[in-house]
Design a protein around this ligand. Sequence first.
Ligand SMILES: [Ca+2]
Length: 656
Amino acid sequence: MLSYKILGDQSVVFSKVSSKVYTKTIGNPIGNPMKAYLLHVLLASVMCIHGMCIHGTNARCEEINRNFDARNFDAEAETRDSNPPNVIVFISDDQGWGDFGFQGNSNFVTPNMDRLAKEGTVCTRFYVCPVCAPTRAEFLTGRYHPRGGALGVTQGEERLDLDEITLGDRLSRRGYATGAFGKWHNGSQYPYHPNGRGFDEFYGFCSGHWGDYFSPPLEQNGNPVRGNGFVADDFTDHALSFIKEHRDRPFFCYVAFNTPHTPMQVPAEYFDRVKTRELRFRHVGRQGEKEDDAMTRAAIAMVENIDTNVGRVLNQLDQLDLTQRTMVFYFNDNGPNSYRWNGGMKGRKGSTDEGGVRSPLLARWPGTISSERTLEQLSGAIDLVPTICQLIGEPLANHSTSGNPLDGISLASQLTDPTQPVIERTLFTQWGGKVAMRHKNFLCDANGGLFDLQKDPIQSTDIREQYPEQADFMRQSISAWKRDVLDQGPSDRPFLVGHPKRPRTELPAQDGKCSGPSVRRSNTAPNCSYFTRITSENDEVFWKIQTLQEGLYDVVIQYSAPENAIGIEMECDAGGTKTKRPIRSAFTSLNFGDEHDRVPRQTESLMKEFKTMSLGQISLGAETMNVRLRLVDALKTAIDGASNGLEIRAVELIRQ
Ligand SMILES: [Ca+2]
């Protein structure tokens, strides 16, 4: 739970109302005193590393934390480089572990990803989350995603708590120019918006997915803009401009492609070359798993488009003579979005099994990060904050002892020195309350099964009975992790309106709710949806908000309306204060987006053009309230073949 406070200097302070200190007394559940003691010490180590304390072991905790900090954050002792290296991080969306040429999958032609792999180090045991927003949160903060409130992928649950420090914040404070391009997916309204999270420049969309990939409506630094061409090319164009503009100073460029996430759209030049390609690598199916050939071909084409765009960035670094002083990272945000070749691993996107969360991490920094090397160190997206900060000589010690300790460890030594020993650590992944843990070569899956990933990467044989102590240790560690990380209490954060730095706040349908006999979403997944079939005074759409600055606000709706809505009043009710205006002009547009689908879409909404209309002004206090929109009277004729009634894409609240 967060509290908000506006200070006199117009800055906004966010603080956690309560910070939980976990205490737990461990008894002697297994009878044998020596075993119990060893278990106690082992659990204490694990829990302390994850910021927890076991009652009676505080001294041990402090010692472990001191060692942990010293091991991972000794960058503080390094001399600060006045011109630190540039940082580029690419994330793809729903690309699988097997969707690369260098993984041996000849279905894919990815010369630029292969080049990164060859010229750098490939972390082969790198883990992300089962879905999009949590992985982005872990990458940005170095902390397990539930700690930062990024609990879901839509309706505001994807938001990263405002007391979290992002990599953008850290590098911005260090003097880097910072830019994010593509799919943000960690909150839309400022200061959840990337511009409020350490990124000077943002171009893309904040939602979890988008309905059209060809010149769709996008935003730039909070302002609506029209995209230019295929989104991945467009995002790369902006990244290239950003890099060129900041070539003479340190920059951090975060390129978060939204492909090959559905809807499956890609320019013809990419699709045509895979339409009839012989695909030699196919999904090795378990019961009920069937590969969809059209999905696989579209995914290949979309990944090959990403590869071309990665190549454009690498070529520009070469041309600007920046390659030697730029570190580049590339990884997937989760497992593949369909059954396709994935090394036979179990699960896909959404699963905490290997297929859902394993990604290669490509890391290149010529002359510093080893080239032509694989690193088997157990690692994850949570490690990139400490790793990058150590590589650029940015001290982390202060952050590590603050209220938000990091979960990740620095891989800097392992990436730069092949003689470094493997760091023994634990790594947890979760989705929907299901938690899996990795430790040494072992995976304890969400059902308590134990697997040796070195001998059995496809999770075919449960060996918990052969290794009862390891299985017990991992199950107990998972229970402790759940209590520490998942039990954060209910998430009921209102959407923030009217930050002093952003007078205009847009509340899109994806963040709202609806009730009534007729109103519904344009599709089941809220991201990128709009509300449709609003026909009577009993149909209502609403958003839970908190105003950051009290005062008078213009209320503007983004709507479409049939002829029979003209003259009917639309009312906005915010905490009992109301304003209303008659609808003066009809506006309807056809749905669009699916004309580019290579595979019929399922849950993604189509897109539409909408018109804006002012409902007048309203005075908003500082309390949490619902903003409600409804018609004052019913439409003269209800839904018929030609009309979907009134439709709402968003309401804008603009502070005067
Ligand atoms: Ca994803």
